[in-house]
Design a protein around this ligand. Structure first.
Ligand SMILES: [Zn+2]
Length: 281
C-alpha cells in the first residue's frame, strides 16, 4: 500500500536574534535573524496537523517575569500580528479547533510557544521530552531553553508518544536513517529520532503531493549550510542544551543523506535558506 501524500505548507511563526557563532562554528558574532519555521500538514483522512508551532503571543506572556524573562532578553523575538500559526491557518479556512494534532520536534520555547492556542489537538511528542519539561524547575528550564509555563495542564492526556508508535522501516532515500515511528498507522507520517540537540528530539518524514520526501529536522541542524558542510555549532552550545557527541553523529548522518544528492527536501527549523519556501501571509 502506498502511504498517503500530504499537502505541506511551510510557515514562519516569528523569528529571533542570535549571534551566528552560537549556531555555526566559526560564524559571525553579530546577531542574525533566525526564522521559526512550522508547517501545516493537510492529511487526506486525518485532517490538518501542525509540525511545531513556532512563536506565539503566549511566549511573551510566559517570559514577562523572572527568571523566564532572561530567555526573552537573550534571544529577542519578533512576531508580527499575523504570524502566529493559530492566525496563519485562517488563510486555509481553518481555526485552532480544526487542528487535529501538533507534532512536536522538542519542547524548546520557540517550538511549542503556540501549544496553548490549540487546546483540543493531540500532542505527538517524545515521552522523554514531555517528562523532562514537566520535571524541570523554572531556573534550570530557562538555562535549557524550556518554558514549562507553555505546557498545557492536560498535555499528558492528549499526548501520543513517539516511543509507543509502531516502528517502520524508512524509505531507502532516507538512509542512513533506518526506522521511524508510524504516527498515524498508515505510514504517511514517520517520526525519526534525531538525538543530541536536547532530550527527546525528533524529526518528521512525510511525502508531499509531488511525491518528494520532506524531512523536517527540527534543531538537529541550524541551517542547510551546516548540513552541507557538516559544520556543527561550537561544543559550548551543544553541550549546554544536549549532548555534543550525539549531536555531531546526527549531523554527520544528515550530511551523508544530503551528500548522496537525492530528492529528499531537508527542512531545518531555523534556516533562512529553507525559509525561502515559506508562503508569505
Ligand atoms: Zn531547540
Amino acid at each position: 500500500m502506498t502511504p498517503a501524500r500530504c499537502e505541506i505548507h511551510l510557515l514562519k511563526a516569528g523569528s529571533c536574534l542570535h549571534p551566528e557563532a552560537a549556531a555555526l562554528k566559526g560564524g559571525s558574532l553579530c546577531p542574525v535573524d533566525f526564522p521559526a519555521l512550522t508547517a501545516l500538514i493537510l492529511h487526506p483522512t486525518e485532517g490538518p496537523l501542525l509540525w511545531d508551532t513556532g512563536y506565539d503571543p503566549a511566549f511573551f506572556r510566559v517570559t514577562r517575569r523572572w527568571p523566564e524573562r532572561l530567555y526573552a532578553l537573550t534571544t529577542p523575538v519578533t512576531l508580527g500580528e499575523h504570524e502566529p500559526a493559530a492566525r496563519q491557518i485562517s488563510r486555509f479556512g481553518l481555526g485552532p479547533d480544526d487542528i487535529q494534532g501538533v507534532i512536536i520536534s522538542h519542547f524548546h520555547g520557540d517550538h511549542v510557544a503556540g501549544l496553548p492556542a490549540f487546546p483540543k489537538a493531540r500532542l505527538y511528542c517524545a515521552r522523554a521530552g514531555l517528562d523532562q519539561m514537566r520535571r524541570v524547575g523554572r531556573f534550570t528550564g530557562v538555562r535549557q531553553g524550556l518554558l514549562p509555563g507553555l505546557l498545557p495542564p492536560d498535555a499528558e492526556s492528549r499526548a501520543v508518544f513517539f516511543e509507543d508508535r509502531p516502528r517502520r522501516s524508512l524509505p531507502l532515500d532516507l538512509r542512513p536513517f533506518e526506522t521511524g515511528a508510524d504516527l498515524l498507522g498508515d505510514g504517511s507520517l514517520l517520526a525519526v529520532e534525531l538525538p543530541g540537540h536536547c532530550v527527546g528530539h525528533w524529526g518528521l518524514a512525510a511525502r508531499g503531493p509531488d511525491d518528494r520526501l520532506r524531512l523536517f529536522v527540527g534543531d538537529a541542524a541550524w541551517s542547510l549550510r551546516a548540513i552541507r558542510e557538516n559544520r556543527p555549532p561550537p561544543a559550548l552550545t551543544t553541550a549546554l542544551l544536549g549532548r555534543t557527541d550525539r549531536y555531531r553523529r546526527t549531523l554527520a548522518d544528515l550530511h551523508a543523506l544530503e551528500a548522496r544528492g537525492g530528492e529528499v527536501v531537508l527542512l531545518p527549523s531555523h534556516c533562512r535558506e529553507a525559509a525561502g519556501a515559506v508562503e508569505i501571509p
